[in-house]
Structures are given as C-alpha cells and as structure tokens.
Design a protein around this ligand. Structure first.
Ligand SMILES: CC(C)(COP(=O)(O)OP(=O)(O)OC[C@H]1O[C@@H](n2cnc3c(N)ncnc32)[C@H](O)[C@@H]1OP(=O)(O)O)[C@@H](O)C(=O)NCCC(=O)NCCS
Length: 331
C-alpha cells in the first residue's frame, strides 16, 4: 500500500527526558537486584524519573515544542494533536488537550489513543490517514509517559524495566515524490491482555482503600510470556510489512525498535536477518518508556545522523493489549 497522490512526511521530531537519572545501582538500594542482573537480562543501565511536579503532559509539551521547532512550524499551523499514553495526567480531559493548552495551539482537534507501547505507531497511522483525508494540514503526534507513577517500587520484576520520557513528531502533507510514510501493519489480540496490565483505577476497580491495599494501581506483568509474544509478533509484523511492499530486509537503512529489552531486539535481528548495527538503540539510557520509546529513539536517530534523507526506515513495536505494529517510512 502506498498512500494517495500526496504523501505524509515526518517534518520534524523532538524528545524530552527528565533530568533525574536512576541507575541500576540506585535501584539495588530499593529492591533485591543488581546492576549485573538488570544489565545482562535487559541491556538497561539507567532510566529517567520525572519529579512530582512533572506530569505526562509536561514531558509531552516539551517534546512537542522541540518537534515544532525542528519542523519549522508555529503553533497556529497545527490542526490535529494526537497523544499516545498509558499514564495520562488524569482520565479526562485528554493529555492532548492539556498539551494543546500548554503550547498555546489555538485551533486543533485533540485526542488521546491508548495502545500501550505500540501507541506511537497507532497514532502515526491514525494521523497519517486523517491527513490523507485532506481535512487537516499538520498533525502533532506525541508519545509521553510517566511510568514511574504506576510502578510498584517493591516489585523487582517490573520496576527495573521502565522509565519516564516523551517523544513527538510533526506529520505533514507533501507534494515531494518518493518520500514519507509508505505503509503500516498494526495488530491486536485482546485475549492475551492479562500478561501485562494495570487492574486498578478504571470503573472495574475504582480507587478505594481496599484497591490500594491490594496494590491494584500498579503495572502487573508476566515477563517470560511477554518476552516470547514480543519476539513473535514483532517478527511477524516486520516480515509482513516488508513482503507486502516487495522489499527485502537488506534494503532497510535503519530500524527503530520499541526499546523494551536488548535480548528481544537481538532475537528480532537474527530472525529478520538484519544486522544489529542497523538497529538504533538507546534503552541502556532510558529503559522502556512505552509509547514514548519509538519517538524518543526516532528523534535521537535523526539528530545523531543515523537516519539520512531518503533512508528506508522500519519502526516496530509491541505492547500491552496485546498490541503491535510496524511502520515503513522513506525519511
Ligand atoms: C522481565 C525479564 C527481564 C525477566 O527475565 P527472565 O530471564 O525471564 O527472568 P525470570 O522472570 O525467569 O526470573 C529469573 C529469576 O530472577 C529473579 N528476578 C526477577 N527480577 C529480578 C531483578 N530485578 N533482580 C534480580 N532478580 C530478579 C526472579 O525472581 C527469578 O528468580 P527465581 O529463579 O529464584 O524464581 C524478561 O522476562 C523480559 O524482559 N520480559 C519482557 C518484558 C517486557 O519487555 N515488558 C514490556 C513489554 S512492552
């Protein structure tokens, strides 16, 4: 599939991560773990943790401001704001509306979409399709997470894996030929939702003293099962998107994978026969930042010169839901 006569291009990217660094050694003072265990099992060395005053909308607004600057656009040019997050500031209003206000975007349609760690690829496809409809000109898409607010800091099997941060991109219509978004391959399997979820806080388990005592407001995960499913569906999504566009993996200049675990990415590399040096990695610095993971990596890859004009780039993600997705872009 190639989109209609006008392409959707990534006009700019931005990211923001909180200043406060928590190393594996810092975590070893809180739970029974070690730098050696965390690094060899995951590839993570440290993560960023937002302070009490910094919420997902604050992180997202900073990343979005960077993306607007890199796109060379003003706030009045944006007519669509879509945010992916599992840690909104509050159930409503949407984090997209909060970011709109923080940036002073005068006139835009604003919405949140939740697809956990696949969220950024989901909002990228939704924004691209809405731009293609001809009803919008420039979309600001933001993945932002304050995962530290839903981690159980007494559970060593989860709290060592995640971090806070935000990434953003501006998508615009363009008449330039042979550039931009080529295709998406998104998927979901709700039947496996219980391998990674947060039971509390919604209408099924509203906040009560009992729900707090039962630690329902924290992320729960069955790590081994998640690991196997992640490798399987990311391989499948990447293979299918390449096949349906008549492309071979050696034509890819850069792969931006969801930054959850280095071992997952290494398995993906060997199964797809794409050398590890084509994968952009930053999970050693940030851990898994869920919906923010791909856009932070995308922004850092551009700024580090790892993605150059005309490069064929694959983004591939997996997350709670289950959800997954792949996106092919000629940058
Ligand atoms: C979580 C993960 C790193 C665990 O690695 P693993 O090799 O599967 O380890 P296991 O869960 O089998 O645990 C092995 C042992 O380490 C222990 N362990 C778990 N976390 C630990 C930690 N932080 N520090 C030290 N030991 C730990 C376990 O208790 C277990 O001990 P036991 O053998 O005495 O029972 C791995 O399964 C993973 O990365 N899964 C995917 C998670 C993910 O990416 N989630 C987000 C998806 S978007």
């Amino acid at each position: 599939m190639s989109f209609g006569p006008r392409s959707v291009v990534i006009k700019g990217t931005g990211s923001y991560t909180p200043a406060n660094i928590k190393t594996n050694d810092d975590l070893a003072k809180i739970v029974d773990t070690s730098d050696e265990w965390i690094f060899t099992r995951t590839g993570i060395r440290e993560r960023r943790i937002a302070d009490d005053q910094e919420n997902a909308s604050d992180l997202g607004a900073k990343a979005a401001a960077n993306a607007l600057e890199s796109a060379g656009l003003e706030t009045q040019d944006i007519d669509l704001v879509i945010v992916a997050t599992i840690t909104p500031d509050m159930p409503f209003p949407s984090t997209a509306c909060l970011i709109q206000t923080k940036l002073g975007i005068p006139n835009a349609v604003c919405m949140d979409i939740e697809a956990a760690c696949s969220g950024f690829l989901y909002i990228m496809e939704v924004a691209s399709s809405l731009l293609q409809s001809g009803r919008y000109r420039n979309a600001l898409i933001v993945g932002t997470e304050k995962l530290s607010s839903i981690l159980d800091w007494e559970d060593r099997t989860t709290c060592v894996l995640f971090g806070d941060g935000a990434g953003a991109a501006v998508l615009s219509l363009s008449d330039e030929p042979n550039v931009g978004v080529i295709d998406f391959k998104l998927g979901a399997d709700g039947a496996n939702g219980d391998v990674l979820y947060m039971p509390g806080g919604g209408c099924a388990n509203p906040a009560t003293p009992g729900s707090i005592d039962d630690r329902l407001h924290f992320l729960k995960m069955r790590g081994r099962e998640v690991f196997k499913l992640a490798v399987k569906v990311m391989e499948q999504a990447a293979t299918e998107i390449l096949e349906q566009n008549g492309l071979e993996s050696d034509q890819l200049a850069c792969v931006i994978p969801h930054q959850a675990n280095l071992r997952i990415i290494e398995l993906l590399s060997s199964r797809l026969k794409i050398p590890m040096d084509r994968f952009f990695l930053n999970l050693d610095k940030y851990g898994n930042t869920s919906a923010a993971s791909i856009p932070i990596a995308l922004d850092e890859a551009y700024r580090a010169g790892r993605i150059k004009s005309g490069d064929l780039t694959l983004m591939v993600a997996f997350g709670a839901g289950l959800t997954w997705g792949a996106a092919l872009v000629r940058c």
